[in-house]
Design a protein around this ligand. Structure first.
Ligand code: ADP
Ligand code: ZN
Length: 736
């Protein structure tokens, strides 16, 4: 087939389709689907990627392809197909999808990084070790005689061989020195033994069900297992199955950099076969992981969201742990949810897709109930340790009885018990800084961010006010900038503030804090994690970072400082997030032998979410929430789409906004509802402003066309011009 369909490397909607080029005869053998090429386009030369071949150029006379860009790189074919699917599903330009699939270090159109090499020495085949003089030379030769080879680094720094002896041997031709590629792993392997245990009955039942599934059952599996039910062991056994069939496994974790124990567990079970893929790795580490997955050298790819695009050849399974986590959704262009990507990829390759969670997303659980997913349940914890007891403390009552501290008396009492018994405590508060809100008592002035318009957070340690959205920071003054008053009032305690309160109550305890504010540098996280793991930490204060699948045997008490914090968010998913957080945070404690205790502080003790969360009753919660969603016709019963207009401030007037609404209203069918444009929650950024139109409807396929038509109409009305940026978010999870 002499013609190639080439996708041009330009992120312009109009160019989001293949163009046909003729393959020059001299490149016939080299150009394949997945090749990167340079082609003439208009008056210039552009790069592109071959996504198809054809015999028929159609009406036009195609131009010739100029050249191959990167001879050693081929875009994996199944990923091309996946990009096509995700591009359509999320209305992303395909070329952006392709870029998102290839990590830095591999470089789609540029030069790939080279593998790192290290000098190795081995005995030359003609060497007679008996001819050697000198003890040090003999020692080296004897070692290499039995072990074959050694890196120079290891020879000198670990074996203590003499540098000069090595050098002499190489010079004499006794040893051969060679540069070998070495893989940059991006993780440290912690030594230690693996626990050997009998599977629990539930684990055995689940594994049996999965292994004995009929070939015609290709549904994804949702494993709903309470916290500490031993889901990880299920994953490990299934990965073992896959490897024994000569296939590869992709294991996704929400934030792999925050769950070092998973890496250790997998590396111990599959030594030398695991690679990591996540955004905190260096470009070189990513390059090496990519090629190791591509070549099949790596059997297990462990990673965050984007590891769903690991270029494995022979996919056996994708496992998605904590499937409910929002970080599986990529909120920046190109937007996509790793769950959708994984499901499609497994469908294409006939691999198994397994999702696990103690608090499945409403979408997935719904699919489980209607049979679109196979729903499997584990109800008990390993060792039959009961789930933690949860005591709800009504903070209004605390106030009424004159206790004004953020930590209730009951929680203080329980923390005291834990300190005496040398057990660890976790305090959860999903708010950064010292205080989230600073105002003047005299004139009511509130410090707000000039970029974003939201209130600035006070950080006592830096004596500054900072925006948690855009990082804008100003020094905190003693007086009110508006009235010069000195009576400043602080509201809304954050983690930094909480740390101070805890230290006041427990001056002798070892208190640590884990949040995005104090883990900005490499190694910060590991240090805090290791201190907690070693048992040195008595009390750990943290944000959502601490909810990620942690497993510490000596952690027996969890305090949830303000359970209803997220409930007040203006988003229909806020109660779902609150329930998940409560259950997950509670689930961190009492996992080993002793039943854990949770103190849940709230101002809304009778809220259904708080109630079901405190009972860790997913079923009750699901019933309540799904009825509510069905009533309002929200997802999972419908799809939501947000169309975001970013404009200069004050650019759109009321009649423009009305016109925008009308353009969409005119094109949607009766089942799709049009809301807005309304100001975004994070409305302002620098000189710009955001407006959001929300479409809600049952038929995503139709809605995509409606969006296109609506935007077309806006162009026709001259509302859309080059000052307005439009983004479309399908099934979004983030708050705009
Ligand atoms: P989950 O992911 O379901 O919350 P984990 O997989 O982290 O739970 O398991 C909880 C703990 O139980 C871990 O420390 C794990 O090593 C241990 N565990 C898992 N399966 C067994 C078993 N069959 N027997 C004993 N301990 C187990
Ligand atoms: Zn800001």
């Amino acid at each position: 087939m002499p013609y190639a369909e080439v996708l041009i490397n330009r992120k312009v909607a109009a160019l989001d389709r293949p163009f046909t080029y003729e393959i020059p005869p001299e490149l016939f053998d080299e150009i394949q689907i997945g090749s990167t090429v340079s082609v003439p386009f208009g008056n210039t030369t552009v790069k592109g990627i071959v996504i198809g071949m054809t015999d028929d150029p159609g009406e036009i006379t195609p131009k010739y392809i100029d050249d191959i860009v990167n001879e050693t790189f081929l875009f994996p074919k199944d990923l091309l197909e996946l990009a096509e699917y995700l591009g359509e599903y999320y209305m992303n330009p395909k070329i952006s999808m392709l870029h998102a699939m290839i990590p830095r270090g591999v470089n789609l159109f540029g030069k790939a990084l080279k593998p790192k090499t290290e000098p190795y020495v081995s005995l030359a085949p003609w060497t007679e070790t008996s001819n050697l003089r000198g003890e040090r030379q003999k020692e080296i030769a004897a070692y290499l005689d039995s072990y074959g080879e050694i890196s120079l680094h290891e020879a000198v720094h670990e074996k203590g061989f003499s540098v000069s002896a090595l050098r002499t041997l190489v010079k004499k031709g006794v040893l051969l020195k060679e540069e070998r590629p070495v893989r940059r792993y991006g993780f440290e392997i912690h030594s230690g033994v693996e626990h050997d245990f009998q599977l629990t009955e539930e684990q055995r039942r689940i594994l049996h069900t999965i292994r004995s599934r009929g070939h015609d059952d290709t549904r994804p599996i949702l494993l709903h297992g309470v916290t500490g039910s031993g889901k990880t062991e299920i994953y490990l056994r299934l990965v073992t199955d896959v490897i024994s069939q000569g296939k590869q496994a992709i294991v996704l974790m929400p934030e792999i950099a925050l769950t070092p124990q998973f890496v250790t567990i997998f590396e111990r079970r599959f030594p030398g076969k695991v690679v990591l893929m996540h955004s905190r790795l260096s470009a070189g580490e990513r390059r090496d992981a990519w090629y190791a997955a591509r070549s099949g050298e790596a059997a297990v790819i462990l990673g965050a969201r984007s590891a769903v695009f690991a270029p494995v050849n022979c996919l056996g399974i994708i496992i998605m742990d904590e499937e409910h986590e929002d970080s599986y959704y990529q909120g920046n262009a190109p937007r996509f949810h790793a769950r959708e990507a994984a499901a499609k990829r497994c469908e294409m390759t006939e691999a198994l897709f397994l999702m696990g969670s103690a608090t499945p997303s409403l979408e997935s659980y719904h699919k489980g109930l209607i049979g679109e997913y196979q729903l499997l349940t584990m109800e008990r914890r390993v060792n039959d340790v009961p789930l933690p007891t949860v005591k709800v403390v009504d903070m209004r009552e605390e106030l009424k009885s004159g206790w004004t501290e953020v930590i209730s008396r009951q929680l203080i009492e329980e923390m005291n018990k834990n300190l005496i018994q040398k057990q660890q405590t976790l305090l959860f508060l999903n708010r950064l800084g010292s205080h989230t809100f600073v105002s003047c008592r005299d004139c009511g002035f509130v410090h707000t961010c000039p970029n974003c318009g939201i209130s600035l957070v006070y950080y006592e340690s830096r004596n500054s006010l900072r925006c948690n959205h855009c990082d804008h920071e100003v020094k905190m003054e003693d007086t009110c900038p508006q009235c010069n008053g000195r009576r400043i009032r602080y509201f809304g305690l954050g983690t930094e503030g909480l740390e101070k309160v805890v230290k006041k109550f427990f001056p002798n305890a070892v208190v640590d804090r884990l949040d995005s504010d104090n883990t900005k540098h490499k190694g910060d996280f590991d240090r805090i994690y290791e201190r907690m793991k070693s048992g040195a930490t008595d009390i750990l204060i943290g944000t959502k970072m601490i909810t990620k699948g942690w497993d510490f045997p000596n952690l027996t008490l969890t305090g949830i400082i303000a359970a209803d914090l997220t409930l007040n968010f203006p988003d229909f998913r806020s109660s779902e997030r609150t329930f998940q957080t409560i259950t997950q945070v509670a689930g961190r404690c009492g996992r080993c032998s002793e039943q854990g205790r949770v103190i849940l502080q709230t101002y809304r003790p009778n809220d259904p979410v708080i109630l079901s969360g405190s009972r860790q009753d997913y079923g009750a919660y699901y019933e309540w929430e799904s009825q509510k969603r069905a009533g309002y016709e929200y997802p999972p019963f419908t799809h939501e789409v947000k169309i975001i207009f970013t404009t200069p401030r004050g650019y759109l007037f009321q009649n423009d906004l009305d016109q925008i609404h009308r353009c969409f209203e005119d094109v949607v069918n009766s089942e799709t509802e049009v809301l807005g444009p309304s100001p975004a929650i994070y409305r302002y950024h620098k000189e710009t402003e955001k407006w959001v139109v929300t479409l809600i409807g049952p038929k995503l396929f139709d809605m995509r066309n409606e969006i296109k038509e609506g935007l077309c109409c806006l162009k026709g009305e001259n509302i859309l011009d080059k000052n307005i940026i439009v983004q479309v978010e399908i099934d979004p999870l983030d708050i705009v």
